[in-house]
Design a protein around this ligand. Sequence first.
Ligand code: ZN
Length: 441
Amino acid sequence: MTAGGSTRADVGVQDGRIAAIGDVARASRELDAVGMLVLPGCVDLHTHLASTPTFTPLDDFEHGTRAAIAGGVTTVCSMVYQEGTLRAGIERGLRDAERSLADFAFHVVVTDPTDAAAGELPSLARDGHTGLKVFMVTPRFADRITDYVRLLRAAAEAGMLTAVHAEDHEIVARATTLLHAAGHDAVRYFPESRPAAAEEVAIRAAAQLAAKTGAALYFVHLSSRVALAALAEAKARGLHVYGETRPLYLHLTRERFERPDAALWVGQPPLREREDVDAIWDALRVGLLDTVGTDHYPHRRAAKLAPDLAFDRVPPGVANLETLLPMLYSEGVRRGRLSVERMVDVLATSPARIAGLRGKGEIALGGDADIVIFDPERKRTIRASEMHSACDYDPFDGWEVTGWPAVTLLRGEVAYAKGEIHARPGQGRRVARTSSHGTSS
Ligand SMILES: [Zn+2]
């Protein structure tokens, strides 16, 4: 199964790479995949598995990539944060990732866009670190716009991809202040504090920056119909922009925020309306959206539901790595909202191409033998207790899913099979990212 189509064939693997497709000689070890789908390992461009000087995530590289491997995700990109230099943030990520079970790469979040930071980009790119991230939702972005413009120019020159958290700070800050002033602190007001207009305005502004600097931008976690319209305009202008959405926005609506345990689903941006959910499925189907990334960043139930937490104090993020593929298959492919080829494209082929992860994201001769043997008939009810994340709840707890990974191969080795993790901490390798991230579709 590839993004381009599907055939019935044997796949031969040698030394971790795909050595044959079609007629394959007898091998020392054979895996029977009759009745199964053979998919490329998924590539998730949006996770938070690395530590910072003051914080270690609940799912660190070891726990997070256990969930990844069990869910058919064989390559993860994690955010790391600038620590003085960008390089220091990456070095911390590299140390953390020594426990990774999956292959990995990074985006480095630029919090202090100095001349020196911009000056680091050519050497980072040479070393295969071609990903940056910026947050438009912080006041810093507007305050230091001149510095960020220079950074984006340097990123364009170095052939780097910049991930963008596109929510407008002014709009979010104003809405938040008004809600607090009115005594509306409960989590049910969270969606009102981050209206879709904040996304729309930020994407339009970022598109202007892309036009001005030539930078390639990757818009993370798009959640709304108006955000998609802004993305479509930017693509129509021929700008080098890509769009990602996230499972929460495909499977859930704002109604969750009416529940007493609403905080369990808090992520940024918030859950939206049914019409937004429908628009996101459409955008995935037609190729306006390029990828689905998890934004995997779980927090324990007690941390999410701590008493009297105002809507803007709930730690944002949920677990998603293990359910990304089965949920998209069950809700998308089985329900006729997405072809299986498109699913492979948005989960594997496009993210690998956009991030310059050569050898990943497809089943092709010479590529890494990252393969998921997927049982399309396996029925399963999602239960946090059976998931591999360290988190004690799952945003999709109780959801009935049809289709689940049976076996995951990482570079030809069985990393997961029938409920058991076989990969060892440290088995994951860093993937050096190239600077050619293909062309926008
Ligand atoms: Zn994120």
